[in-house]
Ligand binder design. Structure first.
Ligand code: FAD
Ligand code: UDP
Length: 372
């Protein structure tokens, strides 16, 4: 048998593919990482403009409870002490997020946890006992009508392009509800932004590894597959199988970047626009992720959009119908001994960065154990 040039062809230079390549190189394997975009890093890629690191594919805040994952990323970058505390603009008023004592005060004037709890309990009394079957029921039973209608319903429906009654409850479970004056969006112990942006981490992971950008796997599939013993695929799972069971649903986004000749546009990195009147969901002001002092500022408006085959898929839509379809592709994928499927699109899961890193490390460890 002719020996192939690479042990692994890795399709997708996002975090999953980059961690996989890095770990396999450490184990003496030769990897080629390709990406169809004109850069490495996948969705965490940052572009420097006006000396500001622009999160080109939307705000990325690193957070984890897992010390192992925190230590892992800290090998490649120093993290600053940024804490995500988004502001919400709703019906002309500003509120703190996530839902906490500040939000309750701004919404109802409640000053103590007891007052706030009483208010919420009155509101959820009608829904509390039922087990929630969709996002709307989940939200109503967790925080009640006022919060649901002020912050969740319109934002969620524009974000996902579906009625909240047609969306899975788990999406909203990500949002903390607290009876302390604490605007930290995440409950995790470790949080921050890599100083110099996320490319520092990707550059560290891919140091010494062969990479090629502007290459779409499907355009040169036979040639590329012939280069390596195994393929690690991090693109859309249904596309890999030529959509043979049908198309999974995704949500796409459009990012509009604007340069403003002022020092400070909105005073915060993230402002959510919760009303349906705005077709974007949030405005990101990138310099605030790194406490920037530049004279100018760059902002990004994030517009949710319907996905079709020509567009980037950013979010899987994990409702029952799609999960059923995904199962078929998953079963098909398990039959392929020489292809490993990983990452947000191939696993069709709403994963955050720390979860992607953990799953890539777990995959490498599983393969290494099997080879011993
Ligand atoms: P990706 O980064 O999507 O990488 C996959 C790569 O594969 C892409 O570069 C793509 O171009 C390439 N590819 C696909 N098909 C092909 C093909 N046919 N040929 C060649 N290349 C191909 N996580 C957090 O922890 N905190 C956050 O604050 C956060 N904010 C987010 C905000 C937004 C708007 C989005 C969309 C995601 C956010 N995430 C956040 C999630 C985070 O982006 C992901 O968990 C992570 O980047 C996924 O890594 P990945 O390698 O699976 O996928
Ligand atoms: N969400 C909402 N109002 C908000 C922020 C979030 O209703 O002000 C809901 C919405 O359904 C969203 C989900 O919570 O899809 C998760 O939001 P988050 O900002 O945590 O996720 P991201 O879009 O950054 O992955």
């Amino acid at each position: 048998m002719i020996e192939k040039e690479y042990d692994y062809l890795i399709v997708g230079a996002g975090l999953f593919g980059s961690v996989f390549a890095h770990e396999m190189k450490k184990r003496g394997k030769k990897c080629l990482v390709i990406d169809k975009r004109d850069h490495l890093g996948g969705n965490v890629y940052c572009e420097k403009k006006e000396d500001i690191n622009i999160h080109k594919y939307g705000a990325h805040i690193f957070h984890t409870n897992d010390k192992r994952i925190w230590d892992y990323v800290n090998q490649f970058a120093t993290f600053n002490n940024y804490i995500n505390s988004p502001i919400s603009l709703s019906k002309g008023k500003l509120y703190n997020l996530p839902f906490n004592m500040n939000t309750f005060y701004q919404l109802w004037g409640t000053k103590t946890p007891e007052e706030a709890k009483q208010k919420i309990n009155e509101q959820i009394a009608k829904y509390g006992s039922k087990s929630p079957k969709n996002l709307e029921e989940q939200a109503l039973s967790l925080v009640g009508k006022d919060i649901y209608e002020t912050f969740i319903k319109e934002y969620t429906e524009k974000q996902w392009g579906k009625k909240a009654t047609k969306l899975p409850a788990f999406i909203i479970k990500r949002l903390p509800v607290r009876f302390t004056f604490d605007n930290n969006y995440f409950n995790d112990r470790y949080q921050g932004i890599p100083v110099g942006g996320y490319n520092t981490i990707i550059d560290g992971l891919l140091d010494g590894i062969d990479t090629k950008t502007n290459i779409d796997f499907f355009e040169e599939r036979d040639h590329l597959e012939a280069l390596a013993d195994k393929v690690v695929y991090t693109g859309k799972i249904d596309e890999f199988f030529e959509y043979k069971y049908g198309q999974l649903e995704y949500r796409s986004l459009r990012f509009e970047h604007e340069l403003h000749e002022i020092e400070n546009y909105q005073g915060n990195a993230v402002v959510n626009y919760n009303d349906a009147d705005y077709s974007f969901t949030r405005i990101i002001e990138h310099k605030h992720f790194e406490f920037g002092k530049q004279d100018k500022t760059i902002i990004t408006k994030e517009y949710p959009e319907a996905w079709n085959r020509g567009k980037e898929a950013y979010y899987p839509i994990n409702n029952d119908e799609n999960q059923q379809l995904f199962k078929k592709y998953k079963e098909e994928s398990l039959k392929l001994e020489n292809v490993i499927f990983g990452g947000r699109l191939a696993e069709y899961r709403y994963y955050d960065m720390h979860q992607i890193i953990a799953s890539s490390l777990a995959k490498v460890e599983e393969i290494s154990r099997a080879e011993q």
